[in-house]
Design a protein around this ligand. Structure first.
Ligand code: GDP
Ligand code: IMO
Ligand code: MG
Length: 424
């Protein structure tokens, strides 16, 4: 049975946690393929609220094997703390599998992330400061240290020495920081090895076999299409590939093994950190979206910038991911607005754009061309059947579908697992 990818199509925080949890009910494997603990995925089931950063969002289901694939960057301290947090809540993590090829986030990656941002001043990206960018930089520079290196202390120490020689020059000479010592890092990291060893395996082989055996496999994206290193709003992006291509490289499977690509879109849009955002609302309406939608970062607690749904960006995401279906989240938040706007095009520097602009200068100067749609101004959070949604809400959904030519098969109307409308 080929697998399903579920991924964010905006600037992250679309509701990937809750959507992945929904798809996990019948799944055998749920796999994170990129990113690290820059992600914050929330799941709410009754009184239980989980915020996951590294462990896939299928972990609440006892039949699910959660997998951390090769394309991820893993901070082992954070991972072990997350395992402990889940265990304390009575959630079993014994089935967790970690790729031996995943890269480790090291203390100097976190340090560099922080000082590089400080150095950029007003031009900073607004990263999560978890060391994501520097860890991926080392991976591509072939100076990374991988999960498998933890189990070979001699190699680990050697690689650490080499990495630190380089990092300490940068830290001290460029950023005026004290150098970092190898010994305490080696001691700390090698101590993690014992707990991690039983979880580490060849996840590419594991998942290839699972798909051949007819198992149900879900790939869970982190971040979103507009934060993609190649296809996002560079340089205000993350350092990995949340788009569907990232599944193939991050897991090590072929394209034929993915039969469904579900895009997750919030019914409006948000962004944390800096960078262009054409439909951003820097007014009282934006403030109300933040307040009603509870738009504060799961990882950093930062206020998210909010704005109207952008159909230009959504059509772009449909294209670069080859989306087969859409899952629209947080529709309930729009119940509080009389009139809704959606961006159907942009004008920038005297020209009209119907496709997502490639030039950053064009993108920065975009003014959205809006279409106005009537709101429904009534609580929809209790509704579970499509036909029971107010006509204006159905009109909003069907308008988006028509504009992007992809069916919206699921709509969430509240953060709880059950607050969901499935289209027939
Ligand atoms: P992720 O990073 O894509 O998993 O999203 P986050 O978990 O960072 O942010 C989404 C937030 O919206 C979380 O607090 C969710 O509990 C919440 N949420 C998810 N779906 C809905 C919904 O349909 N309605 C409302 N009101 N909140 C939702
Ligand atoms: P989830 O998976 C929203 C943003 C940061 C910053 C940029 C680069 O919860 O949707 P990084 O630390 O990755 O180098 O930061 O990317 N960012 C996210 N924004 N949701 C996320 O994850 C994000 N992960 C990174 O705010 O602008
Ligand atoms: Mg999040």
């Amino acid at each position: 049975m080929p697998a399903t990818a579920v991924l964010g199509v905006q600037w992250g925080d679309e509701g990937k946690g809750r959507v992945t949890d929904f798809f996990s009910e019948n799944a055998d494997y749920v796999v994170r393929y990129q990113g690290g603990n820059n992600a914050g995925h929330t799941i709410i089931v009754g009184e239980q609220r989980l915020a996951l950063s590294l462990i896939p969002s299928g972990v609440m289901y006892p039949q699910v094997t959660p997998v951390i694939a090769s394309g991820m960057v893993v901070d082992p301290k954070v991972l072990l703390a997350e395992i402990d947090m889940l265990t304390a809540k009575g959630i079993d993590t014994a089935r967790l599998k970690i790729s031996s090829n995943a890269h480790l986030i090291m203390p100097y990656h976190r340090k560099l992330d922080a000082v590089m941002e400080r150095f950029l001043g007003r031009s900073q990206i607004g990263t999560t400061k978890k060391g994501i960018g520097p860890a991926y930089t080392d991976k591509f520079a072939r100076q990374g240290i991988r999960v498998q290196d933890l189990f070979d202390p001699k190699i680990f120490r050697e690689k650490l020495e080499i990495a630190l020689e380089d990092k300490n020059k940068i830290l001290s000479r460029v950023y005026n920081q004290l150098p970092i010592e190898a010994a305490p890092i080696a001691e700390e990291y090698l101590a993690y090895a014992e707990r991690l060893l039983p979880l580490v395996t060849d996840t590419s082989l594991l998942l290839w076999q699972a798909i051949r055996d007819g198992k149900e496999v879900i790939f869970e994206g982190a971040q979103g299409t507009l934060l993609d290193i190649d296809h996002g709003t560079y340089p205000f992006v993350t350092s990995s590939s949340p788009t569907v291509g990232g599944v193939l490289t991050g897991v090590g499977i072929g394209p034929k093994d993915i039969h469904r690509v579900v895009g997750i879109a919030k019914a409006y849009i948000s962004r944390v950190g800096t960078g262009p955002f054409p439909t951003e609302l820097r007014d009282e309406i934006g403030d109300r979206m933040v307040e009603i939608g509870g738009e504060f970062g799961t990882v950093t607690g930062r206020r998210r910038r909010c704005g109207w749904l952008d159909l230009v960006a959504l059509r772009y995401a449909v294209r670069v991911n080859g989306l087969t279906d859409l899952f629209l989240t947080k529709l309930d938040v729009l119940s509080h607005f009389d009139t809704l706007k959606v961006a159907v095009g942009y004008t920038s520097l005297g020209e009209r754009y119907d496709e997502f602009p490639r030039q950053q200068r064009v993108l920065y100067n975009c003014t959205p061309v809006y279409e106005e749609l009537p709101g429904w101004s009534t609580d929809i959070s209790h509704i579970r059947a499509y036909g029971e949604l107010p006509a204006e809400a159905r009109n909003y959904i069907e308008y988006i579908e028509e504009a992007v030519q992809v069916p919206i098969r699921w709509i969430s109307v509240g953060p709880e697992r059950q607050q969901l409308v499935e289209r027939p």
